[in-house]
Design a protein around this ligand. Structure first.
Ligand code: FA5
Length: 341
Protein backbone atom coordinates (compact mmCIF):
# COMPACT_ATOMS: atom_id res chain seq x y z
CA UNK A 1 0.00 0.00 0.00
CA UNK A 2 1.34 3.36 -1.02
CA UNK A 3 0.57 5.17 2.29
CA UNK A 4 2.47 2.52 4.22
CA UNK A 5 5.43 2.78 1.85
CA UNK A 6 5.46 6.55 2.38
CA UNK A 7 5.49 6.06 6.14
CA UNK A 8 8.39 3.62 5.90
CA UNK A 9 10.35 6.00 3.70
CA UNK A 10 9.83 8.99 6.03
CA UNK A 11 10.68 6.78 9.04
CA UNK A 12 14.04 5.82 7.46
CA UNK A 13 14.86 9.42 6.74
CA UNK A 14 13.72 10.66 10.20
CA UNK A 15 15.75 7.93 11.90
CA UNK A 16 18.84 8.93 9.94
CA UNK A 17 18.46 12.45 11.35
CA UNK A 18 18.21 11.39 15.01
CA UNK A 19 21.19 12.83 16.90
CA UNK A 20 20.06 12.97 20.51
CA UNK A 21 17.57 11.25 22.84
CA UNK A 22 15.00 14.06 22.39
CA UNK A 23 14.96 13.45 18.60
CA UNK A 24 14.39 9.77 19.24
CA UNK A 25 11.51 10.43 21.64
CA UNK A 26 9.88 12.70 19.07
CA UNK A 27 10.26 9.97 16.47
CA UNK A 28 8.64 7.42 18.81
CA UNK A 29 5.64 9.72 19.37
CA UNK A 30 5.36 10.54 15.65
CA UNK A 31 5.20 6.90 14.57
CA UNK A 32 3.96 4.81 17.50
CA UNK A 33 2.12 7.41 19.63
CA UNK A 34 -1.66 7.77 19.94
CA UNK A 35 -1.78 10.08 16.91
CA UNK A 36 1.33 8.64 15.29
CA UNK A 37 1.48 7.60 11.62
CA UNK A 38 1.29 3.87 12.34
CA UNK A 39 -1.75 4.36 14.60
CA UNK A 40 -3.76 6.70 12.38
CA UNK A 41 -3.11 4.64 9.24
CA UNK A 42 -5.26 1.90 10.75
CA UNK A 43 -8.29 4.11 10.08
CA UNK A 44 -7.91 3.19 6.39
CA UNK A 45 -8.65 -0.46 7.15
CA UNK A 46 -12.41 0.03 7.14
CA UNK A 47 -12.41 0.70 3.33
CA UNK A 48 -10.53 -2.49 2.48
CA UNK A 49 -11.82 -5.94 1.47
CA UNK A 50 -11.52 -8.81 3.94
CA UNK A 51 -8.46 -10.20 2.11
CA UNK A 52 -6.79 -6.76 1.95
CA UNK A 53 -7.58 -6.09 5.60
CA UNK A 54 -5.59 -9.18 6.57
CA UNK A 55 -2.46 -8.37 4.58
CA UNK A 56 -2.70 -4.65 5.53
CA UNK A 57 -2.83 -5.55 9.22
CA UNK A 58 0.21 -7.81 8.88
CA UNK A 59 2.16 -5.13 6.95
CA UNK A 60 1.35 -2.40 9.52
CA UNK A 61 2.39 -4.70 12.37
CA UNK A 62 5.64 -5.61 10.57
CA UNK A 63 6.46 -1.93 10.13
CA UNK A 64 5.59 -1.23 13.81
CA UNK A 65 7.96 -4.04 14.80
CA UNK A 66 10.70 -2.60 12.58
CA UNK A 67 10.21 0.89 14.04
CA UNK A 68 10.23 -0.47 17.64
CA UNK A 69 13.44 -2.45 17.03
CA UNK A 70 14.98 0.57 15.30
CA UNK A 71 14.19 2.77 18.30
CA UNK A 72 15.69 0.20 20.70
CA UNK A 73 18.87 -0.06 18.66
CA UNK A 74 19.17 3.72 18.42
CA UNK A 75 18.60 4.10 22.18
CA UNK A 76 21.52 1.75 22.84
CA UNK A 77 23.68 3.55 20.28
CA UNK A 78 22.98 6.99 21.82
CA UNK A 79 23.66 5.72 25.35
CA UNK A 80 26.99 4.25 24.30
CA UNK A 81 27.96 7.44 22.51
CA UNK A 82 27.11 9.49 25.66
CA UNK A 83 29.20 7.16 27.85
CA UNK A 84 32.13 7.36 25.48
CA UNK A 85 31.92 11.16 25.41
CA UNK A 86 31.92 11.22 29.23
CA UNK A 87 34.91 8.89 29.43
CA UNK A 88 36.81 10.97 26.90
CA UNK A 89 36.16 14.12 28.90
CA UNK A 90 37.65 12.58 32.08
CA UNK A 91 41.26 13.19 33.09
CA UNK A 92 43.39 10.35 31.83
CA UNK A 93 44.78 7.96 34.45
CA UNK A 94 47.96 6.12 33.71
CA UNK A 95 47.52 2.81 35.49
CA UNK A 96 51.12 1.88 34.85
CA UNK A 97 52.43 4.68 37.12
CA UNK A 98 53.36 3.25 40.52
CA UNK A 99 51.28 4.36 43.53
CA UNK A 100 52.40 6.90 46.17
CA UNK A 101 55.78 5.83 47.45
CA UNK A 102 55.57 7.47 50.87
CA UNK A 103 53.79 5.36 53.46
CA UNK A 104 52.20 7.04 56.47
CA UNK A 105 53.33 6.34 60.02
CA UNK A 106 52.13 6.94 63.55
CA UNK A 107 53.12 10.20 65.20
CA UNK A 108 55.89 9.77 67.80
CA UNK A 109 53.55 11.03 70.54
CA UNK A 110 50.99 8.39 69.56
CA UNK A 111 53.66 5.68 69.62
CA UNK A 112 54.89 6.53 73.12
CA UNK A 113 51.38 7.16 74.44
CA UNK A 114 50.29 3.75 73.18
CA UNK A 115 53.32 2.14 74.79
CA UNK A 116 52.52 3.79 78.14
CA UNK A 117 48.88 2.76 77.91
CA UNK A 118 49.91 -0.86 77.37
CA UNK A 119 52.27 -0.73 80.35
CA UNK A 120 49.64 0.75 82.68
CA UNK A 121 46.92 -1.58 81.42
CA UNK A 122 49.24 -4.43 82.35
CA UNK A 123 49.37 -3.00 85.90
CA UNK A 124 45.59 -2.90 86.17
CA UNK A 125 44.91 0.75 85.29
CA UNK A 126 41.83 1.81 83.32
CA UNK A 127 42.36 4.32 80.49
CA UNK A 128 40.22 7.44 80.07
CA UNK A 129 40.01 10.28 77.60
CA UNK A 130 39.83 13.85 78.94
CA UNK A 131 38.13 16.94 77.50
CA UNK A 132 40.31 19.48 75.74
CA UNK A 133 37.87 22.26 76.60
CA UNK A 134 37.25 22.08 80.33
CA UNK A 135 35.32 24.06 82.88
CA UNK A 136 37.39 26.57 84.78
CA UNK A 137 36.20 24.76 87.91
CA UNK A 138 37.67 21.39 86.85
CA UNK A 139 40.89 22.90 85.56
CA UNK A 140 41.54 24.98 88.66
CA UNK A 141 39.12 25.01 91.61
CA UNK A 142 38.62 21.23 91.71
CA UNK A 143 42.39 20.75 92.00
CA UNK A 144 42.70 23.18 94.85
CA UNK A 145 43.66 26.24 92.79
CA UNK A 146 41.01 28.81 93.74
CA UNK A 147 40.45 32.05 91.84
CA UNK A 148 43.35 34.50 92.26
CA UNK A 149 45.71 31.72 93.49
CA UNK A 150 49.24 32.53 92.21
CA UNK A 151 49.54 29.00 90.74
CA UNK A 152 47.12 30.13 88.01
CA UNK A 153 49.73 32.53 86.67
CA UNK A 154 51.98 29.66 85.67
CA UNK A 155 49.18 28.09 83.66
CA UNK A 156 47.66 30.93 81.69
CA UNK A 157 45.41 29.75 78.89
CA UNK A 158 42.50 30.71 76.61
CA UNK A 159 39.40 31.61 78.60
CA UNK A 160 36.10 31.19 76.77
CA UNK A 161 32.98 33.29 77.42
CA UNK A 162 31.12 30.37 79.01
CA UNK A 163 33.45 29.80 81.96
CA UNK A 164 35.42 27.18 80.08
CA UNK A 165 39.12 27.07 79.29
CA UNK A 166 41.48 25.15 77.03
CA UNK A 167 42.78 22.76 79.67
CA UNK A 168 46.24 23.57 80.94
CA UNK A 169 47.03 20.16 82.42
CA UNK A 170 45.58 16.66 82.46
CA UNK A 171 44.91 17.15 86.19
CA UNK A 172 41.78 18.97 84.95
CA UNK A 173 40.15 15.55 84.52
CA UNK A 174 40.85 14.36 88.08
CA UNK A 175 37.50 15.53 89.42
CA UNK A 176 35.48 13.88 86.63
CA UNK A 177 37.43 10.64 87.03
CA UNK A 178 36.86 10.48 90.79
CA UNK A 179 33.15 11.19 90.36
CA UNK A 180 32.90 8.57 87.62
CA UNK A 181 34.81 5.74 89.34
CA UNK A 182 34.56 6.47 93.05
CA UNK A 183 37.09 4.76 95.34
CA UNK A 184 39.08 2.58 94.92
CA UNK A 185 40.35 3.56 91.45
CA UNK A 186 43.40 3.14 89.21
CA UNK A 187 43.13 5.26 86.06
CA UNK A 188 45.42 6.95 83.55
CA UNK A 189 44.25 9.73 81.24
CA UNK A 190 46.55 11.09 78.53
CA UNK A 191 45.62 14.33 76.80
CA UNK A 192 46.52 17.47 74.92
CA UNK A 193 47.15 20.58 77.02
CA UNK A 194 47.35 24.27 76.14
CA UNK A 195 49.23 27.08 77.82
CA UNK A 196 50.09 30.65 77.00
CA UNK A 197 53.85 30.08 77.02
CA UNK A 198 57.02 31.80 75.96
CA UNK A 199 57.94 29.28 73.26
CA UNK A 200 61.38 27.73 73.21
CA UNK A 201 63.00 24.38 72.47
CA UNK A 202 61.26 22.72 75.40
CA UNK A 203 58.07 24.78 75.80
CA UNK A 204 55.13 24.58 73.40
CA UNK A 205 51.71 26.20 73.65
CA UNK A 206 50.18 22.80 72.79
CA UNK A 207 51.70 19.68 74.29
CA UNK A 208 50.80 16.29 75.73
CA UNK A 209 50.74 15.01 79.27
CA UNK A 210 49.69 11.73 80.77
CA UNK A 211 48.05 11.79 84.15
CA UNK A 212 47.58 8.85 86.46
CA UNK A 213 45.73 8.38 89.75
CA UNK A 214 45.48 5.56 92.21
CA UNK A 215 43.09 5.81 95.16
CA UNK A 216 42.61 3.08 97.71
CA UNK A 217 42.91 2.33 101.41
CA UNK A 218 46.51 2.48 102.67
CA UNK A 219 48.05 3.88 99.48
CA UNK A 220 51.41 5.45 100.25
CA UNK A 221 54.41 7.08 98.60
CA UNK A 222 55.95 3.59 98.28
CA UNK A 223 53.14 2.64 95.87
CA UNK A 224 53.84 5.79 93.87
CA UNK A 225 57.55 5.00 93.65
CA UNK A 226 56.86 1.38 92.70
CA UNK A 227 54.54 2.27 89.81
CA UNK A 228 56.76 5.06 88.51
CA UNK A 229 59.89 2.88 88.62
CA UNK A 230 58.13 -0.02 86.89
CA UNK A 231 56.64 2.24 84.24
CA UNK A 232 59.92 4.00 83.42
CA UNK A 233 61.93 0.75 83.37
CA UNK A 234 59.41 -0.62 80.86
CA UNK A 235 59.48 2.55 78.74
CA UNK A 236 63.26 2.56 78.49
CA UNK A 237 63.56 -1.22 78.30
CA UNK A 238 66.04 -1.34 81.21
CA UNK A 239 66.03 -1.07 84.99
CA UNK A 240 66.09 2.61 86.09
CA UNK A 241 66.19 4.21 89.53
CA UNK A 242 63.91 7.02 90.58
CA UNK A 243 64.28 9.70 93.23
CA UNK A 244 61.90 12.25 94.64
CA UNK A 245 62.59 15.90 95.31
CA UNK A 246 60.12 18.24 96.95
CA UNK A 247 57.85 20.05 94.49
CA UNK A 248 54.86 22.30 94.98
CA UNK A 249 51.49 21.66 93.37
CA UNK A 250 48.37 22.78 95.26
CA UNK A 251 46.57 19.51 94.52
CA UNK A 252 49.10 17.17 96.14
CA UNK A 253 50.49 17.05 99.66
CA UNK A 254 53.32 16.19 99.84
CA UNK A 255 54.26 17.05 96.25
CA UNK A 256 57.35 15.89 94.39
CA UNK A 257 59.39 16.18 91.26
CA UNK A 258 60.30 12.65 90.26
CA UNK A 259 63.67 12.15 88.58
CA UNK A 260 64.78 9.02 86.78
CA UNK A 261 68.38 7.83 86.56
CA UNK A 262 69.55 8.58 83.04
CA UNK A 263 68.76 5.50 80.92
CA UNK A 264 71.33 6.57 78.30
CA UNK A 265 74.47 6.75 80.46
CA UNK A 266 73.33 4.72 83.48
CA UNK A 267 73.79 7.79 85.70
CA UNK A 268 77.41 8.58 84.74
CA UNK A 269 76.49 11.84 83.01
CA UNK A 270 75.87 12.56 79.33
CA UNK A 271 74.37 15.10 76.94
CA UNK A 272 70.79 13.94 77.58
CA UNK A 273 70.98 14.32 81.37
CA UNK A 274 73.17 17.41 81.03
CA UNK A 275 75.95 15.53 82.84
CA UNK A 276 73.82 15.28 86.01
CA UNK A 277 73.03 11.55 85.80
CA UNK A 278 69.31 12.22 86.53
CA UNK A 279 66.44 13.37 84.36
CA UNK A 280 63.48 15.35 85.70
CA UNK A 281 60.47 13.53 84.37
CA UNK A 282 57.29 13.55 86.30
CA UNK A 283 55.70 15.80 88.90
CA UNK A 284 53.62 13.80 91.35
CA UNK A 285 52.46 13.49 94.93
CA UNK A 286 49.85 12.28 97.38
CA UNK A 287 46.42 13.63 96.43
CA UNK A 288 45.39 16.55 98.64
CA UNK A 289 42.44 15.72 100.96
CA UNK A 290 40.52 18.73 99.56
CA UNK A 291 40.82 17.30 96.06
CA UNK A 292 39.57 13.88 97.17
CA UNK A 293 36.66 15.50 98.97
CA UNK A 294 35.68 17.61 95.95
CA UNK A 295 35.76 14.37 93.93
CA UNK A 296 33.28 12.78 96.35
CA UNK A 297 35.85 10.54 98.08
CA UNK A 298 36.21 10.49 101.86
CA UNK A 299 39.85 11.48 102.66
CA UNK A 300 39.63 9.91 106.11
CA UNK A 301 39.01 6.54 104.52
CA UNK A 302 41.04 6.72 101.30
CA UNK A 303 44.39 8.06 100.15
CA UNK A 304 45.90 8.21 96.71
CA UNK A 305 48.73 9.37 94.51
CA UNK A 306 48.65 11.31 91.26
CA UNK A 307 51.29 12.03 88.67
CA UNK A 308 51.41 14.21 85.56
CA UNK A 309 53.99 12.90 83.12
CA UNK A 310 55.23 15.35 80.46
CA UNK A 311 54.49 13.06 77.54
CA UNK A 312 55.84 15.40 74.84
CA UNK A 313 59.11 15.77 76.77
CA UNK A 314 59.38 11.99 77.20
CA UNK A 315 58.89 11.61 73.43
CA UNK A 316 61.65 14.16 72.82
CA UNK A 317 63.98 12.25 75.07
CA UNK A 318 63.14 8.85 73.62
CA UNK A 319 63.76 9.92 70.03
CA UNK A 320 66.43 12.54 70.65
CA UNK A 321 64.42 15.59 69.51
CA UNK A 322 66.25 18.76 70.43
CA UNK A 323 63.26 21.06 69.77
CA UNK A 324 59.76 20.28 71.02
CA UNK A 325 58.24 22.40 68.23
CA UNK A 326 59.13 19.67 65.74
CA UNK A 327 56.42 17.51 67.31
CA UNK A 328 53.71 19.91 66.18
CA UNK A 329 55.43 20.80 62.92
CA UNK A 330 54.70 19.51 59.46
CA UNK A 331 58.16 18.30 58.57
CA UNK A 332 57.64 14.72 57.38
CA UNK A 333 61.33 13.93 57.84
CA UNK A 334 60.71 14.16 61.59
CA UNK A 335 58.04 11.50 61.43
CA UNK A 336 60.01 9.29 59.09
CA UNK A 337 62.81 9.02 61.63
CA UNK A 338 60.45 7.53 64.18
CA UNK A 339 58.64 5.03 61.99
CA UNK A 340 58.13 1.73 63.78
CA UNK A 341 60.37 -0.75 62.07
C1 FA5 B 1 51.43 19.95 86.00
O1 FA5 B 1 50.91 20.22 84.92
C2 FA5 B 1 50.71 19.12 87.02
N1 FA5 B 1 49.34 19.03 86.68
C3 FA5 B 1 51.38 17.76 87.14
C4 FA5 B 1 50.97 16.96 88.34
C5 FA5 B 1 49.97 16.03 88.24
C6 FA5 B 1 51.62 17.16 89.57
C7 FA5 B 1 49.58 15.29 89.34
C8 FA5 B 1 51.25 16.44 90.64
C9 FA5 B 1 50.25 15.49 90.54
P1 FA5 B 1 53.72 21.00 85.35
O2 FA5 B 1 53.20 22.34 85.03
O3 FA5 B 1 55.05 20.94 85.96
O4 FA5 B 1 52.69 20.19 86.29
O5 FA5 B 1 53.70 20.12 84.02
C10 FA5 B 1 53.95 18.76 84.05
C11 FA5 B 1 54.88 18.37 82.92
O6 FA5 B 1 54.29 18.79 81.69
C12 FA5 B 1 56.23 19.07 82.97
O7 FA5 B 1 57.13 18.34 83.76
C13 FA5 B 1 56.65 19.06 81.52
O8 FA5 B 1 57.24 17.82 81.19
C14 FA5 B 1 55.32 19.18 80.81
N2 FA5 B 1 55.08 20.57 80.38
C15 FA5 B 1 54.62 21.59 81.11
N3 FA5 B 1 54.55 22.72 80.37
C16 FA5 B 1 54.96 22.37 79.13
C17 FA5 B 1 55.09 23.08 77.89
N4 FA5 B 1 54.77 24.37 77.77
N5 FA5 B 1 55.54 22.42 76.80
C18 FA5 B 1 55.84 21.10 76.91
N6 FA5 B 1 55.73 20.37 78.03
C19 FA5 B 1 55.30 21.00 79.13
Amino acid sequence: MKELDNIKESYISDMANVKIMDDLNNLRVNYLGKNGHLTTIMKLIKDLSVEEKKSFGVAVNDLKGEVTRGIEAKTEELKNAALLAELNSMPKVDLTVSSAEKKGSLHPVTIIQQRLINIFRGMGFAVEDGNEVETEYNNFEAVNIPKFHPARDMQDTFYLDNNQVLKTHTSASQNRIMKKYGAPLKVIFPGRCFRNEELDASHENTFFQMEGMMVDKNVSISNLIYFMKTMLSEVFGKEVDVRLRPGFFPFVEPGFELDCSCPYCGGKGCRVCKQGGWIELCPCGMIHPNVLEMGGINPDEYQGFAFGLGLSRLVMMTYGFTDIRNLNGKDLKVLEQTKIK
